[in-house]
Design a protein around this ligand. Sequence first.
Ligand code: UDP
Length: 443
Amino acid sequence: MEVKKQNERRLVLFPAAYQGHMTPMMHLATLLHSNGFSITIIQARYNSVNPTTYPHFTFHFLDDGIPENTVPAPNDYTDILSVLNTNCLEPFTECLGEILKTSCISCLIADPMWDFTASVADSYKLPRMVLRTGSVSTVVVYEYLQVFKHKGYFPLQESRSDEPMLEFPPFKVGDLPPEVQHELIETIVKETKNSQGLICNTFEELELYSIAKARKALSIPIFPIGPLHKYSPASAPSIWTQDQTSISWLNTQAPKSVLYVSFGSLAAISEDEFQEIAWGLANSRLPFLWVVRPGLSEGSKATDLLPEGYLDIVQGRGHIVKWAPQLDVLSHPAVGGFWTHCGWNSTLESICEGVPMLCLPCFADQDMNARHVTDGWKIGIRMGKGMKRDEIERVIRKLMAEKEGEEMRSRVTTLKEKASLCLTKGGSSYKSLESLISYLLSF
Ligand code: UDP
């Protein structure tokens, strides 16, 4: 990436300490640096990125009181997040104060999962923007959560989960975030609304309707400048070591033949689900690359759960790794499908490489993302919770080897082209980035 002459303006970026939040924030940092800004990163020690990967940035670490190697509870990160929010307030305030003693900061760009950046920035009279690392649709749903409460959608009832939300297609009532997440959502809404602007990792052509709704609902400027990873794919930070045998193994496989299976950095499945998935993959007789991350299955090392003799049964056809170089995997010509939990990064990355999906949403915004994939853009098939091996085998074949999958591949290829075009001169994200840069220079 070409780096413009430094304009002496310093931005401080404060990512949330999770892979799916850290990655887009670091891509944003790289992008803004290439546009002439000096970059300071403040990060909690927990899940922090290695500063040597970013020699042009200044790093500060916050002592967060979380013991090393702590793993979040399955399908939940809110416990650790509330500890981080409590423990980081004071060190963050001090750190920002120290930086301000020696440098001028144009703007703080924070993840809205931090619940104190609005008040701290205000106390220093510092402009503050937020980076939303999920979809814009979630911004809108979160903003209207109170309205949905008044409409009686909560508490969520199983019997209503298939009811379409006429006010916000293609969502169904069951896609709404459950009550346990509402406290965090209120924080995200508060930190976003009080900011001077919202930067989004999406593009107009993907979320046209939601972006228009967000512009109406929020009285702050909105900058959809994504997909962020396409500006600087080489700089993707990784919490775990990426197993490069993923690529050497893919090199031995036929074009578009492999199903890539990964449920991101936090999602966890039950031991029963793990067994059914393992047998569904094996019985499909199609090649697969499966990320079995420690903690993927509740309470175990996960790979220990592989059925006896499994690796021999799938030899040559199945490759299992603990963590993959996902961007390189998805762009590999051998990959023809992605079985994903529909984290927003994974969803965007799959679209950008024209890979159709099997969707197994687990928690947070994943139900909403999956609904877009299956019912909105029609580029994927939903996998039901608790699916048995025969059904899994049938759906894998549908995506990888049947007409329905072929049609999805063709639709996602069209979206891939749009994702690429929006970044070129005159494209929607290109123009939005130009506006963002002018806005940042105005502070
Ligand atoms: N990822 C990776 N290797 C893997 C699995 C995931 O590098 O084996 C990356 C992936 O490319 C994505 C991020 O981890 O950028 C996961 O973010 P996402 O929003 O999809 O899910 P989360 O982990 O936040 O649930």
